[in-house]
Write a protein that binds this ligand. Structure first.
Ligand code: ZN
Length: 492
């Protein structure tokens, strides 16, 4: 028997955790048994894997991050490995709790993810787990010792038939998902009691034509698909459109010397944005207009997040995983992720100084600071100092989950409303923008193409990881594309 279970949040986009379990029913025949007496048949122990083990965020976290949100509330004795699709915290944040619950298997992931995972978990541990340095080091050491980096496109056997646990085998293969560096969708080849199945877990899929990373290609085979649905109800703007809109927001900042504040996720969007900003500066600044005043050359770009800076460095180091366009720029001598006008702020003191300076100065500046949904992190200090000033702009580039300040600013900001930060009301006079395409998530049509691109349509499609509206909308699109066997786990 080959079973798929879901341990994440039933609705919403966070806390991703899925299970694939094989239970082989082996006939145990004594020397004197005849025929197929059912008492001679027993189910051997199940063996399975988890795909991701993420943390809940926003509304999904219920009443704050309670211990029940973090605890591993399902059996794991039979779990032989954890496969990580990518290192966003809503896919890996509960790994320390999984280890604490006694998980002893390997953590299988792509090569870039193996480099990034300890970095992101170190940060998560510091914020949510403990300040005890020695304990953090112990947990990180344990995680490092479990990491099994697997190159893209290569089958990796998790367990085989020779095991005394019974009939059945499971291999996994990671393919580029184009979402963030190291992201993968997981193909599972499962065999149990003569039943053979290919099951694909999408993880988070990237949008085609996003900067830096290669586009995800549909799997060549899948009997069952578990697919994300973050943007299951909409398509993004084209890359040209959003580049144009980004340019317009930057020009506004240049005109009145305001600050453009970008609440950014440390991994993915920050690097994509830096890449696009570099290309705008290259195209429109630095003497591109001999008659003009070169406004883009005056623009300062600040990354105020030690974590984002770390991941930008890792992105820079891992050029072999960049797409052809980015590789070509490097060949031309460009530095898409480390250009002249870019400043990185590390220390907390420098951060406070920067907030203070930018709130008073009239120098045009773009600040990228976390967290992406404004639910904590350095961006909160910038918001407090800058929301009240009409010279400033806030640019959202990622998904804002229900219940986060980011979602409130996006909803109430354009109508002159207010937002509550750390228990206080802040009026919003800054202009609020949202550019959808930098969210590093596939849009509706991309998700449909991912499945219709599979040569023989899968017999079952499970839509997970998204608001209910998005899931239902994607379900309708799948139906119109002629697909069947579509289900939304947890939704009646
Ligand atoms: Zn993600």
């Amino acid at each position: 028997m080959i079973e798929i279970k879901h341990h994440g949040a039933v609705t919403g986009v966070t806390g991703s955790c899925h299970e694939l379990t094989l239970t082989s029913v082996t006939g145990v025949t004594g020397s004197d048994s005849e025929g197929s007496d059912p008492t001679n048949t027993k189910a051997t122990k199940p063996r399975g894997i988890l795909i991701d083990c993420g943390l809940f965020q926003g509304e999904d976290a219920g009443r704050g991050a309670t211990s029940t949100d973090l605890s591993i509330d399902f059996p794991i004795d039979h779990i032989r490995a954890l496969v990580v699709t990518h290192v966003h915290i809503d896919h890996v944040g509960r790994i320390p709790y999984l280890l604490a619950a006694g998980f002893e298997g390997p953590i299988i992931c792509s090569e870039p993810s193996a480099i990034m995972l300890p970095e992101i978990l170190e940060d998560a541990l510091k914020i949510g787990f403990t300040r005890d340095r020695a304990l953090i080091e112990r947990v990180l050491g344990l995680i490092r010792s479990r990491l099994v980096p697997v190159p893209y496109g290569q089958w990796h056997s998790v367990f085989g038939n020779d095991d005394d646990q019974g009939n059945g085998s499971l291999s996994v293969r990671l393919q580029q998902a184009g979402h963030i560096l190291g992201s993968a969708y997981v193909e599972c080849e499962a065999e149990s009691d003569g039943q053979r199945e290919r099951i694909v877990f999408s993880g988070d899929l990237g949008a085609p034509h996003s900067p830096l990373l290669p586009d995800p290609q549909p799997p060549d085979r899948a009997d069952r698909v578990v697919i994300e649905s973050t943007y299951g109800d909409k398509d993004h703007e084209t890359r040209e459109d959003r580049r144009y809109r980004l340019k317009a927001v930057l020009e506004h900042a240049l005109e009145d010397g305001g600050t453009v504040l970008v609440p950014a996720f440390s991994i993915g969007r920050t690097q994509e944005l830096l890449y696009e900003i570099e290309s705008l500066i290259h195209e429109f600044g630095m003497g591109s207009d001999p008659e003009g005043s070169d406004p883009f050359s005056d623009l300062e770009i600040v990354v105020d997040s030690p974590l984002a800076a770390t991941f930008t460095r890792i992105y820079r180091d891992l050029k072999p995983f960049w797409d052809a366009e980015a590789t070509e720029l490097v060949r031309q001598g460009r530095h898409p992720l480390s250009f002249e006008q870019l400043t990185v702020i590390n220390s907390h003191e420098d951060h406070l100084n920067a907030v203070d300076y930018l709130a008073r100065s009239h120098r045009p500046c773009i600040v990228l600071a976390g967290s992406g949904m404004c639910a904590g992190g350095r961006v909160v200090n910038y918001l407090k100092a800058m929301l009240g000033d009409a010279r400033n702009d806030v640019l959202f580039v990622g998904y804002q989950a229900k219940g986060t300040p980011g979602r409130d600013i996006l909803t109430h900001g354009p109508r002159g409303g207010w937002v509550e930060l750390d228990g206080e009301r802040y009026d919003i006079r800054a202009r609020i923008h949202q550019v959808g395409g930098y969210s590093a998530h596939a849009g509706q049509s991309d998700l449909v193409r991912f499945v219709t691109g599979i040569e023989r349509p899968p017999s079952e499609i499970r839509i997970v990881h998204g608001d209910n509206d998005a899931k239902e909308s994607l379900q309708r699109q799948f139906h119109s594309a002629g697909l069947t066997g579509i289900m939304i786990p947890g939704l009646s």
